[in-house]
Design a protein around this ligand. Structure first.
Ligand SMILES: Cc1cc2nc3c(=O)[nH]c(=O)nc-3n(C[C@H](O)[C@H](O)[C@H](O)COP(=O)(O)OP(=O)(O)OC[C@H]3O[C@@H](n4cnc5c(N)ncnc54)[C@H](O)[C@@H]3O)c2cc1C
Length: 416
């Protein structure tokens, strides 16, 4: 077979969208080059588990070359894509120039600090293995420092943990952190007085989990209170100097830890396309997920701005990225047969978030669940969605151990 004649598809990004798309074209008569700045696929929904010392990075990441070992029509290249020439149809990485017939951009997103420079400099975020690991190191260091601190005010500031953003990531992080402290850390530091510890969840609007139905928002707040998380609604953060959080109403909170989960925007490469961007820097795409004026370019996942039938932008979720990847792969099969691509329609699979042990909220098949049943659904689904049998098994054993022995195993402070 002469592969030279096959259409060359370049996929940028081996996250949820890029990987799903590439897999679905495994048997198509195309030549695929998959590019990512990392050599692994990262399961971002469990990043907070790295931060709270529940899992190690290798359990939620998987080497891309291993995933595609058997896919004969795909070549992987590790590299940073710096620029794209849409007219001449090539991309430039930090080591090469690659021409394409079709381009699929699945570049995902990055943390949006909304211009709050001091938060970006002094706060922590959960977007990569590196950022989650440094959050873990920092959290554990705070307990070490607090254990030898004699000044009570200083000790309280070391043990005050502020999570900003009442979306699923903020809720999951705050709940898991509170649980780490009450179930595990107190055993390691028997002298520690829990009265000195505060976990706060700050949310600028009047509710957590704004996209969830009312009953689940209320259930989330109850579950957070039960875990001893202080939820501050209608609370806007305006500054953080690494020691003190300043709120919009002038109040200040002494805290040595701030974890920012309040915003995501499209990855930076989206800004360099010269294409029309909407909110959060996402690129406006046609109903078929093609770039207007460049039908050979498809944009999927977090980087794409796509409105549903009610005119609402689709959320930045793995489920959206995967469904768009599936639809785009189907459209490629159509294009290869000389047919036109079909518009994309999102099927909402429901909502799911955990707030710690035995505590989660879920909306599935139009039904709302909270508490233990939702938590079991969350555990099963997340283990199932991990890549690699070994990762699934190890995570299952790890969680079972933590569950029965109240023990988060990865309490290591490592040098960065
Ligand atoms: C902490 C956290 C928790 C989340 N929890 C959930 C959840 O519970 N449920 C859910 O559905 N979604 C969740 N999400 C969102 C979900 O992870 C994203 O919606 C999903 O990853 C988007 O898929 P994607 O393919 O668009 O991008 P990603 O999966 O982010 O993949 C993008 C890839 O592109 C690569 N890349 C980007 N720019 C370049 C470049 N210039 N050169 C080379 N490579 C590049 C990146 O390295 C990355 O591998 C969570 C996200 C985070 C951060």
């Amino acid at each position: 077979m002469n592969t030279q004649k096959l259409p060359h598809i370049v996929i940028v990004g081996a996250g949820f969208g890029g990987m799903e798309f590439a897999r679905r074209l495994a048997h198509a008569p195309v030549q695929i080059t998959l590019i990512d700045r990392h050599n692994y696929h990262l399961f971002q929904p469990l990043l907070y588990q790295i931060a709270i010392a529940g899992l190690v990075p290798s359990q939620i990441a998987y080497p891309i070359r291993t995933i595609f070992r058997k896919q004969k029509n795909l070549t992987f290249q590790m590299g940073e894509v710096n620029s794209i020439d849409l007219d001449s149809r090539y991309i430039r990485t930090n080591g090469s120039v690659i021409a394409y017939d079709y381009l699929v951009l699945a570049i995902g997103g990055q943390t949006n600090f909304f211009g709050l420079k001091t938060v970006e400099e002094n706060g922590f975020q959960l977007k990569s293995i590196e950022s989650a690991t440094s959050t873990r190191n920092h959290l554990l260091k705070m307990f070490e420092r607090a254990s030898r601190e004699v000044d009570p005010d200083q000790r309280k500031a070391l043990l005050t943990f502020v999570v900003v953003g009442g979306g699923p990531t903020g809720v999951e992080t705050a709940g898991a952190l509170a649980e780490l402290i009450t179930c595990v850390i107190t055993k390691d530091y028997p002298q520690m007085d829990l009265k000195d510890v505060r976990v706060l969840l700050l949310e600028a609007t009047g509710s957590v989990m704004v996209t969830y139905p009312d009953e689940l928002r209320k259930a989330t707040i109850n579950l957070l209170h039960h875990k001893k998380v202080e939820v501050l609604l209608n609370t806007k953060l305006i500054d953080y100097d690494g020691r003190r959080v300043t709120l919009g109403d002038g109040r200040q909170i002494n805290a040595h830890t701030l974890i920012w989960t309040a915003g995501v925007r499209a990855a930076e490469l989206a800004d360099r396309l010269g294409a029309q961007q909407a909110a959060s820097g996402r690129v406006r795409v046609a109903p078929t997920l093609q770039l207007p004026q460049h039908p050979e370019v498809f944009i999927i996942g977090d980087a794409a701005y796509f409105e549903d039938e009610h005119g609402q932008p689709l959320p930045m979720l793995a489920t959206v990225a995967q469904q768009q990847a599936k639809a785009t792969a189907q459209n490629f099969q159509n294009i290869l047969k000389g047919e036109s691509p079909e518009p994309f329609h999102y099927k909402d699979p429901g909502l799911l978030a955990t707030i710690g042990r035995n505590a989660a909220v879920a909306r599935i098949w139009g039904l709302s669940f909270s508490g233990f049943i939702a938590w079991v659904i969350w555990v099963v689904l997340h283990i199932y969605r991990l890549i690699g049998f070994r990762n699934r098994l190890v995570v299952l054993i790890n969680w079972a151990w933590d569950y029965f022995f109240y023990d988060n195993q990865v309490r290591l402070i490592t040098r960065e």
